[in-house]
Design a protein around this ligand. Structure first.
Ligand code: CMP
Length: 147
């Protein structure tokens, strides 16, 4: 059964010129890129996107990091997209990914627990919320961005 997930290449991934290698991994792994947009998020958008983390001590740094440059946002589609994309990106802590999941995307382009270069939705509920946070459903060509 086909499924959609939200992928984000974070500012460190964009600045490090990893977007083309990440796009190649995505397509070689059988995903289609249903929607994509490059945006520079403002603080309010990041606070709202990551609302579930708003009480965490790392939240202010997360907002700084995610607003530090442009991000590439993609809605990916394929069977089992949510779990398969999370397997491809590896553990949240990119430092750990380098030792335990050396072939993962975070091992390739991330640095540590915060600057982990990519995002992936963690459940069907999150995927639906996160995709509709950025993209409108439209039958016409092109992408309408909300943030
Ligand atoms: P992501 O998968 O996008 O979800 C929330 C983000 O917050 C996470 O990737 C990291 O960028 C960041 N993050 C999660 N946990 C921590 C932490 N303990 N310290 C700093 N940043 C974190």
């Amino acid at each position: 059964e086909t499924e959609r997930t939200l992928a984000i290449v974070k500012p460190d991934g964009v600045f490090g010129n990893y977007t083309s290698s990440i796009r190649k991994i995505i397509l070689d792994s059988g995903f289609s890129i249903q929607r994509e947009a490059t945006v520079h998020l403002d603080e309010d958008s990041v606070r709202s996107f990551y609302a579930e983390h708003s009480t965490k001590s790392f939240f202010p740094n997360l907002v700084k990091y995610m607003t530090s440059g442009p991000v590439l946002i993609m809605a990916l589609q394929k069977a089992n997209a949510i779990a398969d994309w999370r397997t491809l990106i590896g553990p949240t802590d990119a430092h750990k990914a380098k030792s335990t999941h050396p072939h993962s995307i975070r091992a390739m382009c991330g640095q540590d627990l915060e600057r982990n270069c990519v995002h992936g939705s963690d459940s069907r509920e999150s995927a639906a919320r996160e995709i509709s946070f950025f993209f409108t459903e439209t039958f016409s060509e092109g992408t309408t961005l909300k943030h």
